[in-house]
Design a binder for this molecule. Structure first.
Ligand SMILES: *Cc1c(COP(=O)(O)O)cnc(C)c1O
Length: 415
């Protein structure tokens, strides 16, 4: 590596981050560990290239090889999800959503989306976002049994006549009945959009229902369960292809990040392999074991149970807040994030819950036995949240387990 000789300060921080990732248990459900091939593509010469436009229709010369790369990424994504049209240029999940909205909506149009505290994402109309100022978002919630409240969704759709009905989530642990949502949308003449940012890998692996054949628009990130580089993607029906492409470029973005698109192509290639199906299956299995073990120790799992890779847990019954639980787990080497629970009486900086998931641990090869052990540590750490010595003792055990499941063995930013 040349970073260490040229810039020791950055190299030292990179090395510390590498060690943190190797020695801890990464349980933030939106995180993962990409392959070394994906890392290599991110650091490739394609970062040098300007390629505004689309394959075969660029505004710059010298695009023949990046055209090959973007075409590969598009064709693989189409195959993976059965999409009619794919745009791989969105820089991340939030810009992909903004582009999808702007492709089909006019300012002031109404969108029906999921409430943030019930698992929706900020970009689904939270008042703090830019898009909330442009479009009129109405937000629906989950039912008390944890399922989506489809009757209420239909009633709201009939009342508000939205132009777009949006489903998808960041903290919800259940399956969505896309056919039901599509029927409601058809009844009121709305378009359908699914944001599968969190669950794209589970869908690609055949472990969750795929909305792509049914819905008008499907947006996703590529870096969560899909295990690719940090980025976004939009899939849509052929009839919307032109509008979506125009919305991304020139509507909202300039030159696409070709190094990221190369990495996306590689990640999609990995997701098309049979091993990825096994990976997706194990992610869900691990989440289920974790849920069962945590329930046994008295934790309250929101939405009833998990049908994907994540758990939203109310920790207040254990005498701690979400922030205190996150801090205790951090001190024990287990990384999670504090998170609001539905209609949380507490504020967003110190909510009632934590959110955790299994995609990154599963990438390391951990299975049911490790999940059982981790559930014990989570309970011990939260119970001992005010005891630094007890947390340090758990941390030592956590590091020992993590090192038995090595990642990035060849990487070294100090050489
Ligand atoms: C993560 C996420 C996003 C945003 O993705 P970024 O890459 O962080 O911009 C959008 N929607 C959902 C549902 C997400 O979970």
């Amino acid at each position: 590596m040349t970073i260490s000789s040229q810039d020791p300060a950055v190299a030292a921080s990179l090395e510390r981050e590498l060690t943190r990732e190797k020695d801890g248990l990464e349980m933030i459900p939106s995180e993962n560990f990409v392959s070394e091939a994906v890392l290599e593509a991110l650091g490739s010469v394609t970062t040098n290239k300007y390629a505004e436009g689309y394959p075969g229709k660029r505004y710059y010369g010298g695009c023949q090889f990046v055209d090959e790369i973007e075409t590969l990424a598009i064709e693989r994504a189409k195959l993976l999800f059965g999409a009619e049209h794919v745009n791989v240029q969105p820089l991340s999940g939030a810009p992909a959503n903004l582009a999808a909205y702007s492709a089909v909506l006019k300012p002031g149009d109404t969108v029906l989306g999921m409430d943030l505290s019930h698992g929706g994402h900020l970009t689904h109309g939270h008042p703090v976002t830019f898009m909330a100022g442009i479009y009129t978002f109405i937000r629906y919630k989950t039912a008390t049994d944890g399922s989506l409240d489809y009757d209420n969704l239909r009633a709201m759709a009939l009342e508000h006549k939205p132009k777009l009905i949006l489903v998808g989530y960041s903290a919800y642990s259940r399956e969505i009945d896309y056919a039901k949502v599509k029927a409601i949308a058809d009844e009121v003449g709305a378009l359908t959009m699914a944001d599968i940012a969190h669950i794209a890998g589970l869908i690609a692996g055949g472990e969750m229902i795929n909305p792509v054949p049914l819905f008008d628009l499907v947006t996703t990130t590529t870096h969560k369960t899909l295990r690719g580089p940090r980025g976004g993607m939009i899939m849509c029906k052929a009839a919307l292809a032109k509008a979506v492409d125009k919305a991304v470029f020139p509507g909202l973005q300039g030159g696409p990040h070709m190094n990221v698109i190369a990495a996306k192509a590689i990640a999609f290639g990995e997701a098309l392999k049979p091993e990825f199906k096994e990976y997706a299956r194990q992610i869900k299995l691990n989440a289920k074991v974790l849920e069962e073990e945590l329930k046994k120790t008295g934790f309250r799992i929101m939405f009833g149970h998990t049908e994907n890779h994540l758990l939203l847990i109310d920790v207040t019954g254990k005498g701690v807040t979400g922030k205190e639980a996150q801090l205790a787990l951090d001190a024990a080497g287990i990384t999670v994030n504090k998170n609001a629970i539905p209609d949380d009486p507490r504020g967003p900086m110190d909510p009632s819950g934590i959110r955790l998931g299994t995609p990154a641990l599963t990438t390391r090869g951990m299975k049911e036995a490790e999940m059982r052990q981790i559930a014990v540590w989570i309970d011990r750490a939260i119970t001992a949240h005010a005891d630094p010595a007890a947390l340090a003792a758990i941390h030592a055990e956590v590091t020992e387990l993590a090192r038995r499941f090595p990642i990035y063995q060849e990487l070294n930013y100090q050489k």
